[in-house]
Design a protein around this ligand. Structure first.
Ligand SMILES: *Cc1c(COP(=O)(O)O)cnc(C)c1O
Length: 380
């Protein structure tokens, strides 16, 4: 079976891990954590970065630091991985689900504006969701498959309604928006993931990026048990979300090859797009004019209504190709079925039609050919 997305560990990963073992710095203090944070911040145009134990933990801490609390709402596109919604739920809040737009499959600014304009009212400084009387606490765009959302529009709407923006940038390391790096495009916090299937991995891990130094020290405090001195003194309920030096060692080795890894992802996207261009009923993943995507995942949209993406994936798996559908929209997921949601037609269509294909950065040309011919067989 050609795997969907596996780690590429052909650099200094083993060497740096050995350094950790030999120096005994294997836990949450160590030189690789500091180096990883500094390099990441530079790559993303942030003032600083706080490395965490997962992308979900990064999102949770960023939402908490943005003031999201019990019984509030966070506006989220329904087409996302369940972790985005879970991070909101960990704050005691609920997602308010809206649709994506067709150009990048990211949060639709028109839907966002319409929801805030027609479904909320002012109450002092705050916006209240009229139907549930819950306060709207934040906006959470998702950089779907590594493509930044249309952040100029989203930031404008957020500013108008005085709402903080926490971006789920989980797979967007290496992307840019109107030539700007991802930490400079309008979110107060951006959260990255380094899970095993991401372009850059630390095994498991994440990071919070920000430009505001106060926000950064706030999340650093929260992710390290809110400790105020060496004498076990803590001033609030914090989280044990710090990345370990072992994970950061792998991350530092991966960062040395970030450009190569992202270039490989973009080449895979282009290869599939070109290979399927002549097929009727098959369309490429979207590519907006506002962003250069990090192209985390690649694949195609199958527009022949006779078979669903899940059926196409099953046929591809039978031919040795580990294909997967897109995320099932959050409004259709059991734990979030009762959350407020706006019409999400496009989210549902992408879920039923999009197929993601093997896209490991180490995939060979022979494997790409195999995926392409299996796909051409299955869709024709
Ligand atoms: C990978 C991913 C996450 C979760 O990150 P973890 O590190 O697995 O916790 C969250 N949101 C999106 C969109 C992702 O792709």
């Amino acid at each position: 079976m050609i795997p969907l997305a596996i780690p590429n560990l052909s650099g200094n990963e083993a060497r740096y891990l050995t350094e950790c073992i030999e120096s005994t710095f294997i836990s949450s203090v160590g030189p690789f954590v500091d180096q990883f944070e500094t390099t990441l911040a530079n790559e993303c145009g942030a003032t600083g970065a706080v490395a965490t134990s997962s992308g979900t933990a990064a999102l949770h801490a960023a939402l908490w630091a943005s003031g999201v609390r019990r019984d509030q709402l966070v506006i989220l596109p329904s087409m996302t991985f369940i972790a985005s919604a879970n991070a909101i739920a960990y704050c005691g809040a609920k997602p308010w689900l809206i649709d994506i737009e067709p150009e990048a499959w990211t949060m639709d600014p028109e839907a966002l504006e319409r929801a805030l304009e027609t479904k909320t009212e002012a109450s002092g400084q705050h916006r209240i969701h009229i139907a549930t009387r819950r306060r709207v606490a934040a906006i959470m765009p998702v950089y779907t498959l590594g493509t930044p959302a249309n952040m100029d529009r989203i930031a404008e709407i957020a500013a108008h309604y005085h709402l903080p923006v926490v971006a789920d940038a989980a797979a967007a390391l290496g992307a840019s928006y109107r030539s700007k790096p991802i930490a400079q495009i309008g979110a107060n916090f951006s959260a990255l993931s380094f899970n095993g299937n991401k372009t850059l991995t630390t095994g498991g891990g994440g990071a919070i990026l920000a430009r505001d130094a106060n926000l950064l020290s706030r999340v650093r405090h929260l992710t390290t048990t809110a400790r105020i001195s060496r004498n076990y003194d803590h001033d609030e309920i914090g989280f044990n979300y710090r990345m370990t030096n072992l994970e950061a060692a792998v991350g530092c080795a991966q960062l040395e090859r970030l450009d190569t890894l992202v270039a490989a992802k973009r080449r895979i996207r282009q290869t599939y797009d070109e290979a399927f261009r002549d097929l009727s009923h098959v369309a490429a993943f979207p590519s907006p004019d506002w962003a250069e995507s990090a192209c985390w995942f690649s694949g195609f949209i199958f527009e022949n209504g006779k078979r669903s993406a899940i059926e196409i994936c099953n046929e591809l798996v039978n031919q040795g190709v580990d294909a997967r559908p897109m995320w099932k929209p959050i409004h259709l997921q059991t734990p979030y079925a009762a959350c407020p949601f706006e019409e999400a037609t496009l989210s549902e269509r992408v879920w039923s039609q999009a197929v993601t294909l093997p896209c490991s950065t180490s995939i060979s040309d022979a494997e790409l050919d195999q995926v392409i011919s299996a796909t051409r067989n299955v869709v024709s």
